[in-house]
Design a binder for this molecule. Structure first.
Ligand SMILES: [Zn+2]
Length: 314
């Protein structure tokens, strides 16, 4: 087994463990129960779950999806969430293999390189954890707990500030054209020379703040418009907070992509339901689940798609 495989396996196992904890959150948060106490127990017979029956994915397979004591069915949601979180961690863990193995070739100072990549890795882990959780919770209970959405906005913004701390000198600066009449210099900048309009730090933090506000504003406008037209709430505030959370982690353009993917997927799903006569024009779709899935999509492929789209416009 090469080092890369061992490294990926480590990421996968770490993800499985976090997925197991995520299952506890999914079962208890929407019902406003504590995620710490009591210990895990079977929801049918109340028996405590032995450690051997609490191993991610494996235990569910060995028990063939039934409780050891009362034989009640255990939902396939449990191993699915664990597996998904495991794969998510594996995917982003393998990205940082180069740094771990010391094969990264970079002109940047080593501590900046480490700082940038570990911050990014940490934010991908947390975003995946939150989005997978919200996706399942909204689907099952039509709830998007603040413990995930609002906390997520805070963590995402905080990590953006940490990211800004690890910018290399001059990186991300917004510089005015030197032939421009207006000569500006940011008073806070000592590392950047010349016509700096905003330093990289200012641009990143202010830009992210605007992205959070912008994302919330888009859905608030849609919500208000729907209410004005149809005289009832079409969208919960949870959806608004969820999109703002995606913006806090990914930035504005990636958030627009997530919204686009979510609306597209929800429309297709709605049309399929209508065609099969399983829904009417007044049925509610779990929009939050689609937004969360859109966010996962955007975290995986967003930067590449946005880059491609921008290159088309040039
Ligand atoms: Zn049981």
């Amino acid at each position: 087994m090469t080092l890369l495989y061992q490294y990926e396996l480590l990421g996968f196992v770490l993800g499985l463990l976090f997925g197991s904890f995520l299952n506890v959150c999914i079962s208890r948060l929407p019902a406003r129960r504590s995620i710490v106490k009591p210990r895990s127990h079977c929801s049918a017979c109340g028996h405590h779950i032995r450690w051997i029956d609490n191993l991610p994915v494996l235990s569910w397979m060995m028990l063939r999806g039934r409780c050891r004591d009362c034989k009640a069915r255990i939902s396939w949601r449990y191993p699915a969430v664990e597996l998904l979180t495991g794969l998510w961690f594996l995917r982003f863990f393998s990205d940082t293999y180069d740094i771990f193995a010391g094969t990264a070739n970079t002109d940047l100072l080593l501590w900046i390189w480490w700082g940038q990549h570990w911050t990014l890795l940490l934010s991908q882990f947390i975003l995946g954890f939150l989005l997978i959780g919200l996706m399942v919770m909204d689907w099952q209970t039509q709830r998007l707990p603040d413990a995930f959405t609002l906390t997520g906005i805070g963590i995402g913004f905080l990590l953006t500030c940490v990211q800004a701390f690890f910018l290399a000198p001059g990186e991300g600066d917004i510089v005015l054209d030197t032939t421009h009449q207006l000569r500006l210099s940011s008073p806070g900048s000592f590392a950047s020379q010349g016509n700096v309009f905003l330093t990289g730090t200012e641009a990143l933090i202010m830009g992210r703040f605007a992205a959070i506000a912008g994302a919330a504003l888009i859905l608030l406008t849609v919500r208000w418009g729907y209410k004005a037209l149809r005289k009832r709430d079409g969208m919960g505030l949870g959806d608004v907070k969820l999109l703002a959370m995606i913006a806090a982690f990914l930035g504005f353009r990636e958030t627009l992509l997530a919204l686009f993917v979510a609306v597209l997927a929800a429309s297709i799903y709605g049309i399929l339901l209508l065609a099969r006569r399983q829904a009417s024009g007044n049925s509610k779709l779990p929009l939050g689940s689609f937004l969360a899935a859109g966010g996962l999509f955007s975290a995986l492929w967003g930067p590449r798609i946005v880059e491609w789209y921008v290159s088309l416009l040039r």
